[in-house]
Design a protein around this ligand. Structure first.
Ligand SMILES: Cc1cc2nc3c(=O)[nH]c(=O)nc-3n(C[C@H](O)[C@H](O)[C@H](O)COP(=O)(O)OP(=O)(O)OC[C@H]3O[C@@H](n4cnc5c(N)ncnc54)[C@H](O)[C@@H]3O)c2cc1C
Length: 440
């Protein structure tokens, strides 16, 4: 069968790869001039860097298997992570469980309580039992008000901004539960995975593999304008490419991997119940300021900023994770935040954002001087993080849409896990299973 796939991120490419392997024709259309979507890369210092920081957890088995399948397994490194927590104008290490015991801002009892609750959540198998609770209310009750306010509230606010009180506890459980897998034993240090040629290399290799399969095609700078629907069935795609202008192509089925709010614009009005599931989930965007420095800023890879007077929520120093030699000896630091698209931080130019961020870097490292900056890069990701509230399992849009032959696979359907390349790859495979079952 011939399947049109909208989007060449992890989900779209994984779906097309699966179709190609099973002897079907998949045509992928990606509006950007590059593959990889949210996990795409750009060139810096002679190396390739993700627009937004990316790593893998050991539980990310779908991505790990894919990387091996593509012949890139020998480039996948597992590296001890260096995590920190910025509170009270200093960095606290949060790399090993004993670091929690040394966390001065909380009395010992609170530290123990925090540790015990985290340990407990790591052991819980059925996180869906928390569906009715928000993470904020559940945590505050269990770890106590002080520990919640010092540690958990800033973390939730960091990721979800003004929506932090809406987040379901099941989502948070998923995050904690799966993360344990990246520490073999509870007392061992966490290891994170990175494909040393970058995530961009993984998705370029995957794209090339798709394009080599008989009858399969991958088109870049190809914007899908609408899904053609005839007699309540998806019949094709209207695609606009730079060289060609708009053209309708016929397909037996269509898989869309766009964010839900993009999807609703590509299709005729959908029945109320399904449409509500698409419009009900809001997304936060991500803004990323990437500094190319002539020296390190900190010795931490992942620094959570628990101080809401700072305009960024994370300082992620890529070159404290992988070696600076990958980027011509430069030191690379992401400053990041997750605003809504209407937030001024999202709308600012790169220059203004840098000006907004810079004064705060001296708090992270008092020795910092702007002369360390060799260059900077500014990126925005629109639908970076769906906001997953309580009782979410009943609100997930099905991969089968109400239009026959039209399927949706995007990050709002990943639950209870947090969105990530691993789950988009899994979803890509699942949606193909649904297509093939329906058309068998
Ligand atoms: C800042 C940040 C950090 C992250 N960190 C990690 C991490 O450490 N590890 C991890 O595994 N994951 C991480 N993720 C998440 C991961 O990148 C995503 O979950 C995953 O890449 C999503 O893949 P996708 O295919 O579902 O969606 P996308 O990557 O969004 O792909 C959808 C594609 O559809 C295209 N498209 C949209 N509309 C059209 C149209 N009309 N016509 C044609 N094409 C269209 C888009 O251009 C896009 O390429 C991170 C994400 C962000 C934003």
């Amino acid at each position: 069968m011939r399947v049109g796939v909208i989007g060449a991120g992890a989900a779209g490419l994984a779906a097309a790869h699966e179709l190609g392997k099973k002897g079907h024709q998949a045509h992928v259309f990606e509006r950007a001039p590059f593959l990889g979507g949210q996990a795409s890369t750009f060139d810096v210092g002679g190396g390739r860097l993700e627009r937004g920081y990316h790593h893998l957890f050991m539980s990310d088995t779908h991505m790990v298997d894919l990387i091996h399948e593509l012949g890139l397994g020998d480039k996948l490194a597992w590296i001890e992570s260096k995590v920190g927590f910025f509170h009270g104008d200093r960095i606290w290490r949060f790399t090993s469980p004993t670091d929690l015991l040394r966390f001065g801002p909380l009395p010992l009892w609170d530290r123990l309580r925090l540790g015990l609750v985290t340990l407990y959540l790591q052991k819980v198998k059925d996180g869906l039992k928390y569906e009715g609770s928000t993470a904020a209310e559940w945590l505050e009750k269990r770890v106590g008000r002080r520990a919640y306010q010092v540690v958990w509230e800033p973390m939730l606010r960091g990721k979800f901004g003004e929506h932090y009180r809406e987040i379901g506890m099941t989502w948070l459980w998923g995050k904690i539960y799966l993360r344990v897998a990246s520490r073999g034993k509870p007392w061992e240090r966490e290891k994170l995975g990175y494909p040393m040629g970058s995530f961009g290399e993984v998705f370029d290799t995957l794209g090339a593999r798709v394009a080599r399969a008989p009858g399969c095609e991958v088109h870049l700078s190809a914007n899908v304008r609408r899904v053609v629907v005839e007699d309540d069935r998806a019949a094709g795609l209207e695609v606009e490419t730079a060289g060609e202008g708009p053209r309708v192509r016929d397909y037996d089925a269509v898989i869309a991997t766009t964010p839900s709010y993009v999807f609703t614009r590509l299709v005729p009005p959908l029945p109320e119940e399904y449409s509500r599931k698409l419009t009900e989930v809001n997304y936060l965007a991500a803004v990323l300021m990437i500094l190319v420095l002539d020296r390190p800023l900190t010795d931490i890879y992942w620094l959570n900023i628990a101080d809401r007077s700072m305009p960024f929520v994370g300082v992620i120093e890529q070159t404290n994770f992988v070696d600076p030699s990958l980027y011509g000896g430069n030191h690379l630091v992401y400053l990041t935040n997750y605003p809504s698209r209407s937030n001024p931080l999202y709308q600012m130019s790169g220059e203004d954002l840098l000006e907004e961020f810079l004064p705060h870097l001296r708090r992270v490292n008092p020795g910092f001087d702007p002369s360390w900056i060799l260059e900077y890069h500014h990126h925005r990701v629109d639908a970076a993080q769906p906001i997953i509230g309580v009782n979410y399992s009943s609100r997930i849009p099905d991969v089968r849409t109400p239009i026959k032959g039209l399927y949706l696979a995007n990050t709002t359907q990943i639950y209870p896990e947090d969105r990530g390349t691993n789950y988009s790859v899994r979803l890509g495979k699942e949606v193909v299973e649904a297509v093939l079952k329906d058309f068998s």
